[in-house]
Design a protein. Structure first.
Length: 247
């Protein structure tokens, strides 16, 4: 019976131990759990460490979809149908311990253990809500507000009683990919946030509660939401000739 007694089944124990159809492995930084386009035959549960999901376009452009932390499932597209294909690449950002659960075993425990199916369903629903919110964020919010929201989500702000938080290590390039802008704009906004007292960083980013208050109260000055203004050079015959060739 999925390796555990039904009367004593504990999702936390199931996800922390090996058993029929599930194995624990250690992955170093930069190692992949699975690649986009490969066959999806299992679900993964991140026990410790940090990882990321990336996608590659047909034109060869890579983008970070989301960052993964301990307690996250990923690779759940394998549950959609037998022989499903991976829609992204999962890569370890640091040393990770991960539980790999075969599709067959996952289906069995979901059908027979209500405690686990409730636990997994809650995670999937929350991820779906988060994905929808990400889409709305991309469509309607400025890149600066998207950056603020991303930092707050990584710091798990918004829950009562939580302290100011150091977020997991993340590069400005990764943040730029996640919010759909350039690294230079992320750098500009990060400097703004630091000057306004919303964050601090020296190797790792420290997010202050004032950033949450700014987002909730919508008090960010409008000029911060635009890219730095560049002075247009004086017109010249040579510059006019160059522009004419580009038309």
């Amino acid at each position: 019976m999925v390796g555990e007694s039904r009367t004593h089944f504990d999702p936390a124990v199931f996800l922390a131990t090996e058993g029929p159809g599930r194995t624990i492995s250690r992955h170093g930084a930069g190692q992949t759990f699975f690649s986009q386009g490969s066959q999806a035959g299992s679900v993964f549960y991140l026990q410790s460490g940090q990882a990321k999901l990336t996608v590659l376009s047909k034109k060869g452009k890579e983008a970070t979809v989301t960052l993964l932390a301990a307690g996250d499932f990923f690779g759940e597209e394998s549950m959609a149908s037998e022989g499903a294909m991976r829609t992204s690449t999962a890569t370890a950002d640091c040393v990770c311990l991960v539980l790999q659960i075969s599709r067959t075993q996952m289906l069995l425990v979901l059908h027979e253990e209500h405690a686990f199916s409730d636990f997994f369903m809650k995670f999937i629903l929350n991820r779906g809500i988060r994905t929808q919110a990400d889409l709305v964020d991309q469509l309607f919010n400025s890149s600066e507000r998207r950056l603020a929201r991303t930092l707050l989500l990584m710091a798990n702000f918004g829950k009562p009683g939580e302290p100011e938080t150091l977020i997991p290590h993340v590069t400005q390039e990764t943040l730029a990919e996640m919010i759909g802008t350039t690294r230079s704009r992320v750098s500009f906004f990060m400097n703004r946030f630091r000057k306004l007292g919303y964050i601090d960083y020296n190797g790792r980013i420290h997010v202050f509660r004032s950033l949450l208050n700014m987002v909730l109260q919508d008090t960010l000055p409008e000029e911060n939401a635009s890219r730095p203004k560049l002075l247009d050079p004086r017109p010249s015959a040579a510059r006019a000739a160059k522009r004419a060739k580009l038309v």
